[in-house]
Design a protein around this ligand. Structure first.
Ligand code: ADE
Length: 252
C-alpha cells in the first residue's frame, strides 16, 4: 500500500505540511514527532528530520521500518554553490553526494564505503512530478499570494527558477566564501549544499525506496549565510514548503 514519508529540515516547514493532513495522529520516538494522516487521500507521514546526516539517516530509517513508507520526499533549504542560483530558487536533486566522505587511500574521495558508489540518484518519476508542481507554483504566481509582497522585496526575489542537478550534503554549515570556492573547485557540478539529503538518499538506496530531495535556496553559502538563513526560514520557507507539497500531491 502506498504511503509517503515527508521529511522537512525545519520545524517551520513541517508545521505548514502537517496542517494539510486530515485525520492526523501524532507519535513520538527518539526525540522526533511523526504526524500520520491523509493528504489528498494518500497515507502520509510527516516529520522534522533534525539536522545533519546522522539525524536525517535515522529519521529516514524510522519512516521505513516503523511507518512502512513506500516513498520519501524531503523538503528543506540549501546554500547556493553555483553562482547562477539566487535566493528562493528551487533545486531538485538529481544526484546526491556526501562532500565530507573521504576514506582515502582505501577508496576514492567521496566514495561511500561498501557500496562502490559516489552519487545516489533520485527517483525519475518523482523528478517529473516535482518539476511540474514547482513550475505550477511559479507560473500561478501563487508565490506572491503565499509569501507576500513585502518579504519578496526584502529578499530581492523576482521570478524564482527551478534547477535540476547535483546536491552535496555534509555535516558543515557553509559560512565563508573559502568553503564555497573549495567545494566548487572539487565538485564543479554541485548546485547547492545542505546537511541531510545525501544521507537520506543513502538509506533510501539501501532499502530501495524511491526518493526526491527538494531544496529552496536560503542563502549563498558565504559570510552572509548566517544572516540570510534564519530570516529566510522564518519568513519564507515555512510557507513555501507547504505550497510545493500541495502542488506535488495534485500531480500524483
Ligand atoms: N542549508 C542552508 N544553508 C546552508 C549552508 N550555508 N550550509 C549548509 N547547509 C545549509
Amino acid at each position: 500500500k502506498r504511503r509517503i514519508g515527508i521529511m522537512g529540515a525545519m520545524p517551520e516547514e513541517i508545521e505548514g505540511v502537517v496542517a494539510l493532513l486530515s485525520d492526523c495522529v501524532e507519535s513520538s520516538m527518539g526525540k522526533r514527532t511523526y504526524f500520520s494522516g491523509q493528504l489528498n487521500g494518500i497515507e502520509t507521514v510527516v516529520v522534522f528530520s533534525r539536522w545533519g546526516k546522522v539525524a536525517a539517516a535515522t529519521t529516514a530509517t524510522t519512516l521505513i521500518h516503523e511507518f512502512k513508507i513506500t516513498e520519501l520526499l524531503f523538503t528543506g533549504v540549501a546554500g547556493a554553490i553555483s553562482s547562477e542560483l539566487k535566493i528562493c530558487d528551487i533545486v531538485l536533486g538529481k544526484r546526491l553526494i556526501q562532500h565530507d566522505m573521504d576514506a582515502r587511500p582505501l577508496m576514492n574521495q567521496y566514495e561511500i564505503p561498501l557500496l562502490s558508489k559516489t552519487y545516489f540518484e533520485s527517483d525519475a518519476t518523482h523528478l517529473v512530478i516535482a518539476s511540474k508542481a514547482i513550475q505550477t507554483v511559479f507560473e500561478n504566481k501563487s508565490l506572491h499570494s503565499v509569501i507576500g509582497e513585502n518579504d519578496l522585496v526584502e529578499f530581492n526575489i523576482s521570478q524564482p527558477k527551478l534547477f535540476i542537478g547535483d546536491i552535496a550534503s555534509g555535516d558543515q554549515f557553509f559560512s565563508s566564501n573559502e568553503q564555497k570556492v573549495n567545494l566548487n573547485t572539487q565538485l564543479p557540478n554541485v548546485l547547492c549544499v545542505e546537511m541531510e539529503g545525501a544521507a537520506v538518499a543513502q538509506v533510501c538506496y539501501e532499502y530501495e525506496i524511491p526518493f526526491s530531495i527538494i531544496r529552496t535556496i536560503s542563502d549563498i553559502a558565504d559570510e552572509t549565510a548566517h544572516i540570510d538563513f534564519p530570516s529566510f526560514i522564518k519568513k519564507i520557507s515555512s510557507k513555501y514548503a507547504a505550497e510545493i507539497i500541495k502542488n506535488i500531491y495534485n500531480q500524483m
